[in-house]
Design a protein. Sequence first.
Length: 144
Amino acid sequence: MKIIDFEPGDPRLTDDLLPVLRELRPHLTEELFRQVYENGRAQGLRFTAAYADDGSCVGAAGWRIIDNTSSLRGLYVDDLVTAASARSTGVGHGLLAHLEAHARAAGCHELNLDSGTQRTDAHRFYLRERMDIVAFHFSRELGP
């Protein structure tokens, strides 16, 4: 497996990474993804992809380094997804290890992510990866 951090403008963002990311975020069109990345890049948003030996993209991660009062400095994972065809093959573990290396290099104290309450398979994976459930995430939709 090969893991690559993308720079803005890399065509693999939409050609390779987006189809895998859409397995988790099916609402993302190419245009919406470009808009989110353009706005999010200024806020630290980065994308990383995992490639199988045959050259196919099998994993995607969106992440950023965040400074705040609760963890001081942490790497926050916006998105972490392994293609359905590659689950339980080490892709998620490889991506998390890669992100942890980024976090350590940046002086982070924590690696954080949120996971929807319905994603029980993902929760089992995160617990196997020695992550702890440390908070509830509350949300309120804001209408038009």
